[in-house]
Design a protein around this ligand. Sequence first.
Ligand SMILES: Cc1ncc(COP(=O)(O)O)c(C=O)c1O
Length: 176
Amino acid sequence: MLIDEAYIEFVRTADDDAVVDALTLLREDPRVLVLRTFSKAYGLAGLRVGYALARPRIAKGLRAASTPFGVNALAQVAAVASLNSEAELFERVEELTAERERLVDALRAAGWDIPEAQGNFVWFPVGDRAGLLAAAFARAGILVRPFAGDGVRVTVGDREANDAVIAVARSFRTAQ
Ligand SMILES: Cc1ncc(COP(=O)(O)O)c(C=O)c1O
């Protein structure tokens, strides 16, 4: 079983039991493989660095199948430095999750049916209008990720950027 914890740092819920405890599962079941990345909360996406947690047998298999020197020296230094300043990092994550809640509340108040967000993005389930909504964001200088026929994923930004997202989303709804 593979558990992708790319967004684990952003998970904030009143019900902690609802969050999968991957490390406990890993201790209980030798088939579990947990993946973590420095691309999201740590902001190192460009350096392509992450890690896996697994029993030695699975780790050995991963190494045998992966490309040699997959993580370069600079990425390793940056990852270790990030781990050493986690307190600062978690302050930023706190700010982001607070902004995420504000963004979701404002969008819902504007009539959008936004699902609960536990990552660093919000999801607009607009189906066939994904391209249209993405184009509206683009006209306001906001780059988002449309999934044709499904919806649009918008990364949570700073307060100003989120206010711009709210403004576009409000006028898009009014125009529909
Ligand atoms: C669910 C999920 N897992 C993993 C990743 C990718 O992480 P990485 O940049 O380490 O390949 C992403 C990035 O978008 C993601 O959304």
